[in-house]
Design a protein around this ligand. Structure first.
Ligand code: GLU
Length: 478
């Protein structure tokens, strides 16, 4: 069987969109599943969109996500991707070849003429499309003019008929040629456009499967024609469903965080984000949602990628991330959690105590970014804010009795270990006649400001008696 070769071909824009991470991941999983090759190709031929540091950021993000690629132009240098900006001569040569094959032509139209053309089409409510003005200039004459005049190279779309794209996810998609534009392949600055460079490289890099976002589907008939003009073998196309906001609009930068870097900074674990992103458009056919990398590689297939847009659900991401945090090795967890504390400016002044604190909040964390909130009571003399449901418990009629009785019981006690605390609570229960949730929840709410979180005996062990009394008094004032 032919070796599977896939590529991730981003244009570096400065940040990595979640959708790009998904494209990279699916290509990576597909390659690993088939023991194939995963190629990284940086599509950086658009000089106008060049952003400083974008490539470094892209590489760092892929590395963080653990998506290692196999191949680059440097022999023995697997960690350098291909850069299209270094391959300009190849595209220029092939554009000329396409002219010889009558699949493309030089166009000398001025910007001024094109603008007028476009304005007219807009005024008449027509689709914007080049009118073929230079299509029939004799090639020899055009070559002559090209020595002194500025020009672009456009592809020649057949005037009628249709072009069919076979897509493993979307099926057979038919395009009327009349509606396709004579796409610019080489710009007047000599740089290729995406359409030419992308197809040429996919061919030269022997890409077997083109797996990319649905937004490229409309360009694909043009690519199909370029393959045909050259007589090249076509790859398999797979266009991945759009990513949507919960209101089903397209996931965009305006509506929230779409940059992978933001999730990294917010303290999400790379494996958790990857697990979550894997499920944006793919499932295994059962309801398993937590997958190791190995399981993803083993189960991934294009057949199980859906057509329907995939809704981005932040709560689900948090839930998955929480699962990964709870599954960490203790040392790895402590290292990240302690650095989270430090970033939040929290320090108990005693490494042992800091460690007890992060261990105490371990079970309740969905993100490392939450640690400052969960650990706050251990560092402050007051609860700075109660969550709405915590406040409700505190205000409950029976809670005052619980607090009073607890304060009374604490007077004669020094031992606040697990046993000691349970004995006190038993005493409070007998005295106040309040039990179960009505007994425990107000106390938890008073001591942490939250209704979830670490076990109470653990909280109390760290807080100590003085703070315990302070927090109960504070709650009684609510
Ligand atoms: N450079 C395109 C991008 O930025 C590549 C699309 C494709 O994979 O063909 O996504």
């Amino acid at each position: 069987m032919q070796e599977v070769r896939v590529r991730f071909a981003p244009s570096p824009t400065g940040y990595v969109h979640l959708g790009s991470l998904r494209t990279a991941l699916y290509n990576y999983l597909f390659a690993r599943h088939h023991n194939g090759r995963f190629i990284l190709r940086v599509e950086d031929t658009d000089q106008a969109r060049h952003t400083e540091g974008a490539v470094e950021n892209l590489l760092a993000t892929l590395e963080w996500a653990g998506l290692d690629y196999d191949e680059g132009p440097v022999i023995g240098g697997p960690h350098s991707p291909y850069f299209q900006s270094e391959r300009r001569l190849i595209y220029a040569r092939l554009a000329n070849e396409l002219i010889r094959r009558s699949g493309a032509y030089r166009c000398f139209c001025s910007t001024d003429r094109l603008e007028k053309l476009r304005a007219g089409q807009t005024a008449r409510n027509e689709a914007q499309k080049y009118d073929g003005h230079c299509r029939n200039i004799d090639p020899a004459e055009a070559a002559q003019r090209a020595r002194s005049e500025s020009f672009v190279i456009r592809m020649k779309i057949p005037e009628d008929g249709e072009t069919v794209v076979e897509d493993v996810i979307r099926g057979r998609v038919t395009f009327q040629n009349q509606l396709l534009d004579d796409q610019v392949l080489i710009k007047s600055d000599g740089y290729p456009t995406y359409h030419l460079a992308n197809v040429v490289d996919d061919h030269r890099m022997r890409i077997t499967h083109v797996i990319r976002g649905e937004e490229w589907l409309l360009s694909t008939p043009k690519h199909v024609l370029v393959y045909r003009y050259f007589g090249w073998q076509m790859p398999v196309f797979a266009h991945l469903p759009l990513l949507l906001n919960p209101d089903r609009s397209k996931l965009s930068k305006r509506q929230g965080d779409v940059a992978v870097e933001d999730y990294r900074a917010a303290g999400y674990l790379p494996d958790a984000l990857v697990n979550f992103v894997a499920l944006l458009g793919w499932n295994r056919g059962d309801d398993q949602e937590i997958f190791t990398r190995g399981e993803l590689i083993e189960s991934f297939s294009l057949e199980r990628v859906g057509k329907a847009g995939a809704v981005f659900n932040r709560e689900k991401l948090d839930w998955i991330n929480g699962m990964y945090i709870r599954n960490m090795e203790e040392e790895a967890y402590c290292a990240l959690a302690l650095s989270g504390l430090q970033k939040a400016g929290l320090d108990a002044g005693d490494p042992g105590l800091n460690r007890r604190i992060v261990l105490a909040v371990w079970n309740g964390l969905n993100r490392f970014g939450e640690i400052s909130m969960q650990a706050a009571p251990f560092f402050a003399d007051r609860i700075s804010a109660y969550s709405p449901d915590a406040e409700e418990w505190i205000k409950k009629e029976t809670s005052m009795r619980v607090f009073k009785s607890l304060l009374g019981a604490l007077k004669n006690v020094d031992n606040l270990d697990n046993e000691g605390f349970r004995a006190i609570m038993k005493q409070v229960q007998d005295e106040s006649g309040v039990k179960g949730k009505d007994l425990w929840m107000p106390v938890r709410s008073a001591l942490t400001g939250l209704t979830g979180g670490p076990e109470l005996p653990v909280v109390i062990g760290i807080l100590g008696k003085d703070k315990l009394i302070k927090f109960i008094n504070q709650a009684m004032e609510v």
